[in-house]
Design a protein around this ligand. Structure first.
Ligand SMILES: Cc1cc2nc3c(=O)[nH]c(=O)nc-3n(C[C@H](O)[C@H](O)[C@H](O)COP(=O)(O)OP(=O)(O)OC[C@H]3O[C@@H](n4cnc5c(N)ncnc54)[C@H](O)[C@@H]3O)c2cc1C
Length: 471
């Protein structure tokens, strides 16, 4: 990683801080170092203390903050709830962290037009529950759903288990409102199911990791809540057989609403927490769910169970009851935290390979582990080919070799036609690998887009591309 580059910007002097307090309001500003510490990092190990935190409740305050940033040239780093896995909200160039956590109102759920209008700090799980109470469904479900914000989800184009059927956050953002680095307010996108007028700026901002604008409101598509959900858990002797079954299920015409997996190492950590016997001999677990009408769900589950048995599953547990389902999901969603708790060094990668290559990809991991002195715990969204590689390292002195190993893994992914990140984004942590995937022309055009939005480099500098003031 680059070292933090605070020197590229003027420090926040007492005069500037006073002007921020006057313009934004005293109670929306945090300057106490102990309280600011909370805003210095995300779910990675990266930390860099901001010079000031602003936690507004209105877009006008954000516009005023950008007005001052333009005058005094200090950087602003947007932050949702700090669960990111790429260092995107870490204030690497100092300046102000702009926390959107207090802009957390669900403004409306329109049951006639199937849309929700929300502020960016709304917690994903809160929106899901609010939609459900109206008989509607907001599908995007990152495993962090009870701790991450919808604004952060849009900025990272978050995915989750339901992507295999329902797609990512991008598929639900119809329109948005955002403050540009100039301080201007922009409305982008539509409130309708379709719209093709002009370039799709809303979709450009989705996934831009807070480098182009600060999202202050979102218009989200909702869908009717599926009446029934059912699932199965299939146990396999090894990971490649499980992955071959995943491909068979998908190529034989099924679209499950979730298709998650855990390998032997992950099961070693959470076996005792799962409500099934016989897991000590298991090499891989698949959790597959479908949703729809009760009759359709039952039939589809039976067919998928048979495909897993044909594919070598040693055991298939059909239709776990609600308590067991909730337990399995809780374990699945917390698995990365369990791995991290047990590791000296923890590096989460989230590659994606084409679904037909998943089995080949996982087969080559043990050789890479041995060669580069690292352990890889794999779990993730099998149905999307989105494999979370959770790399742990016993000895910090071997980190150089591990970095080499990660590069080899990413090169393999790309050679198979995959991508180096399916969900977490680039932020700070994957910046150096960007040229492996993007051509110089693509990087140049993306830099030009950044320039158009943020010519003074005051918004989240140093992220995705090698940019900071004067860069
Ligand atoms: C246990 C765990 C499980 C996870 N599982 C998943 C998963 O299944 N799928 C997945 O996709 N991710 C997952 N993540 C990663 C993370 O939760 C997502 O990236 C999430 O979308 C981040 O939301 P946040 O509110 O925490 O954003 P933050 O971490 O605060 O910010 C993330 C990025 O968004 C920008 N940003 C935030 N808010 C705004 C805004 N209003 N306007 C402009 N830019 C903004 C920030 O600058 C930063 O670049 C997981 C993380 C953890 C810790």
């Amino acid at each position: 990683l680059d070292t933090p580059s605070k020197g590229a910007y003027a420090p926040l002097t007492r005069e500037i801080i006073d002007r921020i307090r006057e313009n934004i309001g005293e109670r929306f500003v945090i300057s106490d170092p102990e309280r600011m510490d909370h805003y210095s990092g995300d779910a990675t190990e990266l930390r860099c203390c901001p010079e000031l935190v602003v936690e507004p409740t209105s877009k006008e305050q954000i516009q005023a903050l950008f007005g001052l940033a333009n005058d005094f040239h200090f950087p602003i780093t947007p932050r949702g709830l700090g669960t990111g896995l790429a260092g995107g909200c870490v204030p690497w160039s100092g300046g102000v962290v702009l926390s959107l956590a207090k802009m957390n109102r669900i403004l409306s759920i329109d049951t006639e037009n199937l849309i929700a209008i929300v502020e960016p700090g709304v917690i994903n799980g809160d929106l899901k529950r609010a939609a459900e109470s109206c008989g509607l469904f907001y599908p995007p479900d990152p495993a962090s759903l009870d701790t991450c914000s919808i604004g952060g989800n849009a900025a990272t184009n978050a995915g989750g288990a339901s992507c295999v059927k329902y797609g990512t956050t991008r598929d639900y953002v119809l329109g948005l409102e955002a403050v540009l680095p100039s301080g201007e307010l922009i409305q982008a996108g539509v409130r309708t199911r379709k719209g093709v007028v002009g370039y799709s700026l809303a979709q450009l901002l989705v996934g831009s990791e807070g480098t182009l604008a600060v999202i202050t409101q979102l218009i989200l598509r909702l869908i009717p809540r599926p009446p029934a959900v059912s699932g199965l858990v299939a146990l396999f002797a090894d990971l490649p057989s499980a992955m071959r079954s995943v491909t068979s299920v998908l190529t034989r015409g099924h679209i499950p609403s979730a298709m998650e997996f855990m390998d032997r190492r992950c099961l070693g950590l959470v076996r005792g927490l799962l409500p099934f016997d016989g897991l000590d001999r298991t090499g891989a677990l698949l959790l597959i769910e479908t949703d729809g009408t009760p009759e359709a769900v039952e039939k589809e589950m039976e067919r998928i169970g048979l495909i897993c048995l044909e594919g070598g599953a040693e055991n298939v547990f059909m239709a776990p009851d609600a308590i067991k389902r909730a337990r399995i999901w809780e374990v699945r969603r917390r698995i990365s935290l369990r791995i991290e708790e047990n590791a000296q060094v923890y590096i989460p990668e989230d590659v994606v390979v084409p679904i037909g290559r998943i089995a080949d990809f996982v087969s080559c991991l043990s050789e890479i582990e041995e060669r580069f002195d690292m352990k890889i715990y794999t779990f993730g969204h099998a149905g999307d080919g989105n494999i979370h590689l959770n790399i742990t390292v016993e000895n910090r002195q071997t980190l150089g070799r591990v970095a080499e190993g990660i590069r080899v893994v990413l090169e393999k992914v790309l050679a198979m036609g995959g991508t180096i990140s399916g969900e977490h984004g680039v932020g700070l942590v994957k910046k150096r690998f960007l040229p492996l995937e993007l051509s110089p022309v693509s990087v140049r055009i993306q830099n030009e887009i950044k320039n158009t939005f943020d010519p003074l480099r005051i918004l989240n500098p140093g992220k995705i591309f090698e940019q900071c003031a004067g860069g």
